[in-house]
Write a protein of this length. Structure first.
Length: 251
């Protein structure tokens, strides 16, 4: 039960894999358009990660997960499994979640993409989700409490009329994909005594719903959807706590 403080070497290596994650999220953007299947998106990311970056997609085989990335469309909250039969159409929103391991170090990030022109609601949902992370980042740094992250995100999201998913959280990351601590995106006093320190690396990855925060897991054992069928958005960043504040590693 302890949070690893990363060494200079650890940070250097996590920076390298983080740049790869960011590049893949940028590279895939030109393929996101009506008519493309999530299976093709997965295939393209798999090739980019393995053949171009000489790295490995951390999701592939993780607890028997069958694909290289997660593709979560519209009311899918997270962990959507790419599929060649699932064709993107105009107006869809999709989260692409890329976790990579290279030289034994992990990084993890995700972002939202619009398929054609988004509805006003889709656009606003994504904007508020993104801004909620930025708001939390403004307050974090060494000496600050971990659980202010959840408080800031929840306050901002709910003030804007949306809800924060409770069942999934951010996580420490480094030599493992999931390390301590759990980073909640809503306020809880569970983590009340955890103080951020320079050298900690963790993800912040709120899932925000238009309707209820409640989620259900589908029969495939992975795909998580909103219970009420409402839209859901997510942004994920791998973040380093520095001596003076923070740095987003997956830019
Ligand atoms: N990025 C996801 C996370 O934060 C990765 C999940 S692993 C998968 O945990 F197997 F679901 F893909
Ligand atoms: Co993650």
């Amino acid at each position: 039960m302890s949070i690893i403080i990363k060494s200079f070497i650890d940070i250097k290596k996590i920076r390298i894999v983080s740049r790869i994650v960011s590049e893949v999220l940028f590279y895939i953007s030109k393929y996101i358009k009506p008519g493309v299947s999530t299976g093709e998106i997965d295939f393209i990311c798999n090739k980019r990660i393995i053949d171009y970056h000489k790295a490995f997609p951390a999701c592939l085989g993780y607890m028997d997960y069958p694909k290289s990335i997660c593709t979560s469309v519209n009311d899918v909250v997270c962990h959507g499994i790419p599929n060649f039969d699932q064709i993107l159409k105009k107006g869809d929103i999709i989260n692409i979640d890329v976790a990579i391991v290279k030289n034994k170090y992990y990084s993890d990030a995700s972002k939202m993409y619009f398929v054609g022109k988004p509805s006003q609601l889709s656009f606003d949902l994504c904007r508020i989700t993104y801004n909620s992370v930025i708001k939390a980042l403004k307050y974090i740094g060494p000496g600050k409490k971990l659980n202010i992250i959840g408080k800031i995100i929840q306050d901002y999201v709910e003030k804007n009329g949306y809800s924060v998913v409770r069942n999934y959280c951010g996580h420490g990351i480094g030599k493992k994909l999931h390390e301590e601590p759990q980073v909640l995106h809503y306020y809880s006093n569970i983590n009340d005594n955890i103080i951020l320190k320079s050298g900690m690396i963790f993800t912040i990855e709120p899932m925000v719903n238009v309707g209820s925060y409640k989620t259900k897991v589908m029969d495939d054992g992975w795909t998580v959807k909103t219970v009420d069928g409402g839209l859901s958005a997510q942004y994920e960043f791998t973040v380093l706590i520095t001596d003076y504040g923070y740095e987003i590693l997956t830019f």
